[in-house]
Design a protein around this ligand. Structure first.
Ligand code: SF4
Length: 409
């Protein structure tokens, strides 16, 4: 038996939820399975159960054996004080909390052994994804539905991160957009330095100092104007930056914060910061991506190159990088805004954007295509990336529509 199988059984409510019995004989009804916690602490937060007609709210812990409670040292961890129910495959020892036995549900008699065996043999497959040999037998409709589900999970996950930033920024909507866009310019390697840059030079400072100051402020604060410079524009910005430092005591980042290893020249941080400055200097001070149409958002990162053509090293953003910026900044912002206002229009706008962008081309997407999975737009590719990275890799096949078909459910 595997604990993750029990987690999935619990989460997908594959139990007689209103007709269960505890080890001590009490009648148990499960009203809410709770929220799956992937960090330290109990497995499910804020569950809700009824024991002999009395309602309890709290956390739920799942183990293969009840004695695992002691093997994992939960008796000395206060994070487990609020556990209201211990769900185990096999009851082999009572668990005493505050002098009383913890209510325990043994699953052994409620589970279908054939189901467990099919799941076990599926996830033991050593292929790229466990269902690799059977996915072609699954109706395309279920595959599409699962890709859509995975896409929504991805957008919700990103929306939670945006919400966290929004709260940390004291609900400053403009700074939030600026920061999320900056982060996407950094891609995987320089995402954090870009966020740090927006903290050195906030949007408020940029608007206060005026559009002409955008390049010297962002390049100066990034640390790229500290060295001896040859390029004409960079020399000019260096002078302006030094003047502003004297006036406002701005500080610059340590150059070692930026990473170039593994990047090709077009992705070098200095190039990306210059492009970021070009995009920001094109914006209006009251800009809002939320009010723009999908067509305007698709052109959001196209800056008029004629205005900057004499700047050394400033290249227009390639179409594929523009798409990556839209996928990683505008789409999560729109989805989050839809959640924030409980307004589906913004979420629809996010999906329209994805549907108009071609699918990404990377190793994961290529592997899916080799398995015969359709992948036309970024809507598909984003769903497929989530499916592989978060669902298949964690072997959450019971939570997957494809998995349920493969297992003959
Ligand atoms: S999660 Fe779904 S798609 Fe992924 S391996 Fe399992 S059954 Fe296949």
């Amino acid at each position: 038996m595997r604990e993750e199988y029990l987690h999935q059984i619990w989460k997908t409510k594959r139990l007689p939820m209103h007709d269960l019995q505890l080890i001590d004989g009490r009648k148990l009804t499960i009203q809410q399975v709770g929220w799956h916690n992937h960090e330290s602490g109990p497995d499910f937060f804020n569950g809700s159960i009824e024991l002999d007609g009395i309602k309890w709210n709290g956390n739920i812990e799942i183990h293969i054996k009840s004695s695992d409670w002691y093997a994992h040292q939960h008796q000395i961890d206060p994070a487990y004080d609020n556990v209201i129910l211990h769900v185990v495959y096999q009851y082999d020892k009572p668990v005493i909390v505050n002098g009383e036995e913890l209510p325990t549900l043994e699953l052994k008699s409620y589970l279908d052994q054939n189901d467990w065996s099919s799941y076990d043999s599926l996830i033991k497959n050593q292929t790229w994804i466990p269902c690799e040999k059977s996915i072609h037998e699954v109706d395309e409709l279920f595959v599409s539905m699962q890709i859509e589900n995975a896409l929504v999970e991805r957008l919700e996950r990103k929306s939670t991160q945006v919400e966290l930033r929004y709260q940390l920024l004291n609900r400053n909507l403009q700074q939030l957009q600026y920061e999320v866009i900056a982060q996407s310019f950094g891609a995987k390697v320089n995402a954090l330095p870009f966020v740090e840059l927006t903290q050195h030079i906030s949007l408020k400072i940029l608007w206060r100092e005026g559009k002409d100051a955008v390049f010297p402020l962002l390049l100066g604060a990034s640390g790229f104007l500290e060295a001896e410079l040859d390029e004409i524009h960079f020399k000019k910005w260096q002078k302006e930056w030094r003047f502003m430092v004297m006036k406002h005591q701005f500080s610059s980042m340590d150059l070692s914060t930026w990473k170039s290893k593994g990047l090709r020249p077009p992705g070098f941080p200095k190039v990306r910061i210059t492009q970021f400055a070009a995009v920001i200097s094109n914006l209006q001070s009251d800009f809002s991506i939320f009010m723009k149409s999908p067509e305007e958002l698709l052109a959001f990162f196209k800056f008029d190159n004629r205005a900057f053509e004499t700047i050394e090293g400033l290249k227009p953003l390639t179409i594929s990088f523009q798409h990556s910026l839209i996928i990683n900044s505008l789409v999560p912002l729109l989805w989050w805004y839809g959640n924030h206002l409980s307004n589906e229009i913004f979420k629809q706008k996010a999906l329209i954007l994805l549907s108009k962008i071609p699918a990404e081309n990377n190793e994961i997407i290529q592997r899916w295509k080799n398995l015969g999975i359709r992948c036309k737009s970024a809507e598909d590719s984003q769903g497929l990336l989530e499916l592989k990275n978060e669902i298949c890799t964690n072997k959450l096949c019971l939570m997957c529509k494809i998995g349920n078909k493969v297992l003959g459910r």
